[in-house]
Ligand binder design. Structure first.
Ligand SMILES: *Cc1c(COP(=O)(O)O)cnc(C)c1O
Length: 361
């Protein structure tokens, strides 16, 4: 399928925000990518246009029944180029979400190429300080004006860009997070939509996050919805445990999101010679490892933080303190290696980065 991309640049560029004080997802660049879908044309009218609000019919299906999917990825300013990190994986995953949510598939290669053009046009928005990046949010919404419950006949795909600050100012400031193991609310169940990045998953998670925050914890650890026994993931990150020198992470079972950072961490750890087990892991097993003194590290993985060390796990009436509430060696090495590859400071032995190939103006 051949698509055309039209480009309409804004005559008036916005003023940049204070790059020393960038909060997540608050500022957006001058342009956005848009593409529409209807039954007659399929995906059509791909365009880069000035960033602007949408005009939508109040009956648009997305507002009522939540048929919406999204992705999250980043572009990094390297020494003499701009790098994307495994971008084809994000658009392939978008299609996995699309398939489950009854949204027509997109062309991942075309979207990667369009994304590169969009970033190139807004390249003066990419932050250059250590740890900062350009956050990329592709998403699709159901736009047919109709109140009947059915798959929409029309969709809009958009990509917006947001300069974001460093998650950690440097690696010795990776402060471990405290986790509340949630045994009342659940995130997802096999057969449901937990493996997709669909809007409703996040709406459904807010209550538990609020509860954890009120109790003084940073994030929620989700257990399986049926037995509330097996570990799934943490907040919007996948989770890993280092037990007696080996690495364990919950297997992708249909209710867990297939994180690209998770995949990269597994690949890198195996490249380093670690035994990585993707399998079912229960909270009882982790508690036992803790009692036996062999629970060495716990960390979350996701695009935002790359690696987020876990310092404490609150479960039932007990607080498990991991590695004296300090960042472990494996967590630190993973963080430094992956973020080093993302920014071009470390050699990309695994072929993960994709350059924009256009530093000329
Ligand atoms: C996005 C997401 C992750 C992390 O995925 P990455 O591709 O590594 O950013 C993990 N869990 C959930 C629920 C997510 O939405």
């Amino acid at each position: 399928m051949e698509y055309e991309l039209t480009i309409q640049q804004t005559p008036t560029r916005k003023e940049k925000p204070d790059y020393n004080d960038l909060s997540f997802g608050k500022h957006f660049t001058d342009h956005m990518f848009v593409m529409d879908y209807n039954e007659e044309n399929g995906w059509f009218d791909a365009r880069i246009i000035p960033y602007e609000p949408l005009l939508m019919d109040p009956s648009s299906l997305v507002f009522h029944y939540g048929q919406a999917v999204f992705e999250g990825m980043k572009a990094y300013n390297s020494n003499d180029e701009v790098l994307l990190f495994r971008p084809e994986k994000n658009f392939n995953r978008l299609n996995i979400s699309n398939e489950r949510m009854n949204i027509p598939a997109v062309d991942p290669d075309f979207l990667v190429e369009s994304l590169k053009k969009l970033i190139h046009i807004d390249r003066d928005w990419i932050p250059t300080s250590e740890g900062q990046s350009l956050y990329i949010r592709p998403f699709i919404i159901a736009t047919e004006p109709a109140l009947s419950v059915k798959p929409s006949a029309n969709y809009k795909l958009m990509i917006i860009l947001s300069p974001v600050g460093a998650y950690y100012s440097n690696s010795d400031q990776m402060s471990p997070v405290s986790i509340y193991v949630e045994d009342e609310y659940v995130r997802s169940v096999k057969g449901g939509v937990g493996f997709t990045k669909t809007a409703g998953n996040y709406a459904a998670s807010l209550k538990a996050q609020t509860k954890a925050s009120e109790l003084g914890y940073d994030q929620v650890l989700w257990l399986d919805a049926i037995e509330k026994k097996y570990i799934e993931e943490v907040g919007s990150m996948n989770i890993f445990f280092k037990v007696n020198g080996e690495i364990i992470t919950p297997a992708l079972n249909g209710s867990i999101l297939d994180g690209i950072t998770r995949d990269s961490v597994i690949e890198l750890l195996r490249y380093w010679g670690y035994n990585v087990q993707e399998r079912r892991v229960s909270m009882d097993e982790i508690e036992q490892a803790y009692r036996d003194g062999i629970l060495e590290e716990v960390f979350g993985t996701g695009t935002a933080a790359v690696i987020s060390p876990v310092g404490t796990l609150q479960w039932k009436d007990e607080e498990l303190v991991v590695n004296h509430n300090e960042t472990g060696d494996v967590s630190l090495a993973l963080y430094e290696t992956i973020s080093g590859i993302q920014t071009g400071e470390k050699e990309d032995n695994l072929g993960w980065t994709v350059p924009l190939e256009m530093k000329q103006s």
